[in-house]
Design a protein around this ligand. Sequence first.
Ligand code: ACO
Length: 343
Amino acid sequence: MPASALHTRLGLENDWMIRARIVGTGQYLPERILTNHDLEQMMDTSDEWIQQRTGIRQRHVAEPGQGSSDLGAPAAAEALEHAGVDPAEVDLVICCTTTPDYLFPATACLIQERIGARNAGAYDVSAACSGFVYGLATADAFIRSGVHKTVVVVGAEVLSNRLNWKRRDTAVLFGDGAGAVVVRGEEGEQGVRNVHLGSDGGAADILVMPTGGSVQPYEQHPLESEERVAIDMRGKELFRKAVMAFAVATEKALAAGELTIGDVDLFIPHQANTRIIYTAADRLGLDHDKVYVNIARVGNTTAASIPLALDDARKEGRLTPGANVLLAAFGAGLTWASALIRW
Ligand code: ACO
């Protein structure tokens, strides 16, 4: 790949640069599995409808009292072990989540303590399903600027206790889980090449968790009320926006890296829905065999979805050295994000 015009003028080649390289991945899924057939017993839905409209066959569900940090900590520990990195070397822990254990402290602080990253700072990133790519972009910026050398980025979610289990329009979509990566500053061609972050707060009302924040605290809703926990989602609108967001995010990252869609070896999208993923892939002109999909097994795990998929892809041998790997996500906000990585 050619060096940028400025680097060339200064006589610098790209491979002198420090890049943020993913050197370890890990995951954790709660033991309990809820299949579509289980859901048939709980609400007016069918395995056939769910599979046809979303591609989901089952999802994992946390136990009562199990928080996002309980899932995120073992995922981060596995990523550190895979990387062969001592937790004491970690400079920063970022937890990307829409379902923090508490309003404060940050879930990242709880994970930091559990994994023994005693020299690290820690904070949460909230960008819904785009959260992990936002977190990775933050790690990339800290590493390339020389501020930090080793960053752990975790996506962890316990959505199950924020769902209204009487509402089939949303309850069938989501799952609990966590994925994590260890990102390190290294010289050379491997690592994050480009990131793109976007948002449109004008479309915030398409996907909202209205209760539990400062505008509608829980006290306003009686314990048994339907509104107490319920995601508000305009599914069809979101579907259209999501397909567009994938296209924009992908094209921006590729253009910044002076690559075309033909150069992509593996596309790892946010696992929201197979129809959205394959519609976006078709628009981009991407072969389906280059698209990584694991939604059937885990459902939509929001901020955990991409790091979970990355870890699955790694364990299946799909991430080969030198491969161009493209991550893309969209979610509430609305937000969208992409990252182009030379593996
Ligand atoms: N089981 C059976 N029937 C259902 C279910 C269900 N779980 N949910 C809805 N239906 C019914 C509806 O009531 C409707 O019935 P009707 O025709 O008698 O009125 C029919 O199915 C069609 O409903 P639609 O909402 O029009 O179905 P659609 O084809 O749009 O699929 C879906 C719904 C899957 C939610 C789709 O709109 C979608 O995927 N949207 C994007 C949602 C998404 O990805 N959300 C999360 C991403 S953002 C993030 O990750 C945070």
